[in-house]
Design a protein around this ligand. Structure first.
Ligand SMILES: O=C(O)c1ccccc1NCC(=O)[C@H](O)[C@H](O)COP(=O)(O)O
Length: 234
C-alpha cells in the first residue's frame, strides 16, 4: 500500500492515477481495475468537494493493494497538511496549491515534518516559466505531476483541458524523479499523450467522470487504464 522508498525515475509499467474518488464503492471498483494511484481530495471544505478526514479515511480503507492511496491537499497551510497526512497516512501526499502559494522551500519543510513520506507536487504547465518551476523541485519532490493551470487560481488542475505537451516533454527529460502527466486526459487521447511526452504515469479526472457529474464513469476509467498500459514504451 505504501511506497517503501522513493520511486525510481522509470517505472516498470505506465502508472495510472485517477481523481477524484469520492465514495467507498468507487475506491474498490477503481482499484479492482488495477489503477495504481487512487486519488482522494481532502480538506476542510474551503475548496469545492474537499472531503473531511473521516470520509477520506473510510474511502482509503476500501482501496485494495497494490493500488495506493494518494491524498490531494489544495491548501497551502503546512501544519494542516502535516496533521491531516499523519492522521490519514496515505502512500502519497499530493500537493496541489498554486506555485505562488506553496514554494519549494515549503515543500522541503513539509518533507521534514513528514519523514519518509512520498510527496507528489503539481506543476502548473502554462509556458516557459513552468520548466524553471519544475526544476526548482529537483531534490525535493518524489513525483512531479504536470497539470493544466488557469492564472489566478489558488489550485492547480481539474480543468479538463490539455496544455502544451512540448513543455511537459522537456520537463520529463530533465526530471530525476517520475513525472505523471495530467490535464484533459481520457481514454481517447492518453496514448498520443504518452507517445509525445513519455511520462512515467498518466492522470485523469474530468474525462473519466460521468457526463455532467463528478462521479466516476467506471467504463471510462477502465478504458483509460487499458489504453495507458498498452501505450507504455517497451
Ligand atoms: O481531484 C480534484 O477534484 C481536483 C480538484 C482541484 C484541483 C486538482 C484536482 N485533482 C488533481 C489532479 O491531479 C487531477 O486529476 C488533475 O488536475 C487532472 O484534471 P483533469 O484535467 O480534469 O483530468
Amino acid at each position: 500500500m505504501f511506497y517503501a522508498q522513493c520511486p525510481p525515475r522509470r517505472l516498470r509499467a505506465m502508472l495510472t492515477q485517477i481523481y477524484e474518488i469520492s465514495t467507498i464503492e468507487e475506491a474498490s471498483a477503481v482499484s479492482a481495475i488495477g489503477v495504481d494511484h487512487v486519488g482522494v481530495l481532502v480538506g476542510d471544505g474551503r475548496f469545492p468537494r474537499e472531503l473531511p478526514i473521516s470520509a477520506a479515511s473510510e474511502i482509503a480503507a476500501a482501496i485494495v493493494p497494490p493500488s495506493k492511496f494518494s491524498a490531494l491537499f489544495l491548501t497551502c497551510d503546512l501544519s494542516l497538511i502535516a496533521s491531516w497526512a499523519r492522521e490519514l497516512n496515505p502512500a502519497i501526499v499530493h500537493l496541489g496549491a498554486s506555485a505562488e502559494l506553496l514554494s519549494p522551500q515549503d515543500v522541503a519543510s513539509l518533507k521534514r515534518m513528514l519523514p519518509g513520506k512520498v510527496v507528489m507536487r503539481s506543476i502548473p504547465v502554462f509556458g516557459e516559466e513552468s520548466v524553471a518551476i519544475a526544476r526548482s523541485y529537483v531534490g525535493i519532490a518524489d513525483f512531479l505531476l504536470l497539470d493544466s493551470y488557469r492564472a489566478t487560481d489558488k489550485q492547480i488542475g481539474a480543468l479538463g483541458v490539455t496544455h502544451d505537451w512540448g513543455i511537459s516533454r522537456r520537463i520529463v527529460d530533465l526530471a530525476p524523479v517520475p513525472v505523471v502527466l495530467a490535464g484533459g486526459l481520457g481514454p481517447d487521447n492518453v496514448a498520443e499523450a504518452i507517445r509525445t511526452v513519455r511520462p512515467a504515469g498518466v492522470d485523469s479526472k474530468t474525462r473519466t467522470d460521468q457526463d455532467g457529474s463528478h462521479a466516476k464513469d467506471l467504463d471510462r476509467v477502465r478504458r483509460f487504464h487499458e489504453a495507458a498500459r498498452a501505450a507504455a514504451p517497451s
